[in-house]
Ligand binder design. Structure first.
Ligand code: AMP
Length: 423
């Protein structure tokens, strides 16, 4: 399939070619046509799948093909959980709209608001924003969302993890009732389903995560190991491989602390991030990790989800997650279109059931290695470990009742679904 066959305009095809993309990724193939059709979309896709282009390209297509005369109200609003993501999405919007007569802006907290207000005053078609600063500027009457036609919630699960539910609701209340809604989330928790149900109208559901080719492109390896030897093994792997940026997942907060301490005792600089650490401590640990000040970041699943962790060459599952979908999230932190990443899992006998569930979900038998001196013990427990903090969390559930599978809608339906199409 080509980008052209998805129905994108020449100006967008040119921008896509300039970026060097030769063909659409699976999420782009599935999301672009219905979004151009004006449908609401609920998409499950993680970073690295090309999700940003999957909503940005069709929204730019729609706005540029249906121009407003003279005035420039904000017609598309993209809400992201973090500043880093807002900046990244904005960079994409700029790149893809290079050959269009459209204006875009990004607003987020922590920086001087004056240039943002000035940009808004000069007229903006597409706004990328984090919720806090957006509401703040709205309070100052510096921004109006009354003419928004397309509303995108990016990384909705992370938004909820970061406590933005109320802020999202407030932002939505500032937009017209008739709008196209696009909700992107890496997982479908109960909360996400509830949110999707309140925001989306007859959405098309797109799910590319488990059978995603990116996941299969990541080199995945299992080390069968004695439970008591896991710490020594991960230290050996880091030292032997001379790895400098490793994200290690544990199932519990205490496990994360213990492991970070053991690493430090072995002269490997490490920090732990988990739910008991303040946002400031987490942000600092992440900053040190990104800058190379520390080599290892030990994280629990929930903590990792609230942070903008870059894609890395090495991800280690010190313990397997008891929710198979979490494995997909974890390893999604490594590798990216083109770049190979490596995901290693240290698996002791009691985790074999978890491993089976994961292999079933990803539809892949993972290759298993045993390193001399670290062999699993024959007398080790075979029952799954005690519940970790994450156990009663999200499952990739069946979509809610109002979710429909993708079907092509015609142009009449499109114009009915669109809201403020008049100039
Ligand atoms: P995202 O999932 O949106 O964070 O995108 C992940 C990376 O893939 C970004 O660096 C994009 O520039 C890149 N990308 C997006 N779409 C494509 C494509 N069709 N072909 C190649 N790379 C792409």
């Amino acid at each position: 399939m080509s980008f052209k066959s998805l129905g994108l305009s020449e100006a967008l095809l040119k921008a896509v070619a300039k970026k060097g993309y030769t063909k659409p990724s699976p999420i782009q193939e599935q999301a672009i046509p219905p979004i151009i059709d004006g449908r609401d979309v609920l998409a499950s896709a993680q970073t690295g799948t090309g999700k940003t282009a999957s909503f940005t390209l069709p929204l730019l297509h729609y706005i540029s093909e249906n121009p407003k005369k003279k005035i420039r109200p904000i017609r598309a609003l993209i809400l992201t959980p973090t500043r880093e993501l807002a900046a990244q999405v904005y960079a994409n919007v700029k790149d893809y709209s290079a050959f269009l007569d459209l204006k875009s802006a990004v607003i987020f907290g922590g920086v001087n608001q004056r240039p943002q207000i000035a940009a808004l005053r000069s007229g903006v078609d597409v706004l990328v924003a984090t919720p806090g600063r957006l509401l703040d500027l709205h309070g100052q009457k510096a921004v109006s969302l009354k003419r928004v036609e397309i509303f995108v919630l990016d990384e909705a699960d992370r938004m909820l993890d970061m406590g933005f539910l109320k802020a999202i609701e407030s932002v939505i209340n500032l937009t017209p009732n008739r709008r196209q809604n696009l909700l992107f989330s890496a997982t479908y928790s109960k909360e996400i389903k509830r949110l999707a149900h309140t925001i989306l109208k007859e959405p098309i559901q797109i799910d590319v995560t488990p059978e995603n080719s990116t996941v299969k492109a990541i080199a995945q390896m299992v080390y069968r190991v004695a439970k008591s030897k896991k710490t020594a093994l991960v230290i050996k792997l880091i030292n032997d491989g001379n790895w400098h940026q490793v994200l290690v997942f544990t199932r519990t907060k205490h496990g994360a602390n213990r492991l970070a301490k053991s690493m430090a005792n072995s002269q490997i600089s490490a920090s732990a991030i988990h739910g008991n650490k303040s946002q400031n401590a987490r942000t600092k640990a992440l900053k040190d990790f990104k800058s190379g000040k520390i080599r290892v970041l030990v994280a629990t699943d929930i903590a990792a989800r609230g942070l903008d962790i870059p894609l890395l060459p090495h991800v280690v599952n010190f313990e397997l997650p008891n929710i198979p979908e979490d494995y997909v999230h974890r390893i999604g932190r490594t590798g990216r279109a083109g770049a190979q990443g490596e995901a290693l899992s240290l698996v002791c006998t009691e985790e074999l059931d978890y491993l089976k569930s994961i292999e079933k979900l990803i539809d892949l038998k993972l290759s298993k290695t045993i390193i001399e001196g670290f062999e699993p013990q024959p007398d080790e427990a075979t029952t799954p470990p005690k519940q970790g903090q994450n156990r009663n969390r999200r499952h990739r559930n069946a979509p809610s009742n109002n979710v429909k599978k993708h079907s092509k809608s015609n142009n009449n339906q499109r114009s009915k679904r669109r809201r403020n199409t008049s100039n």
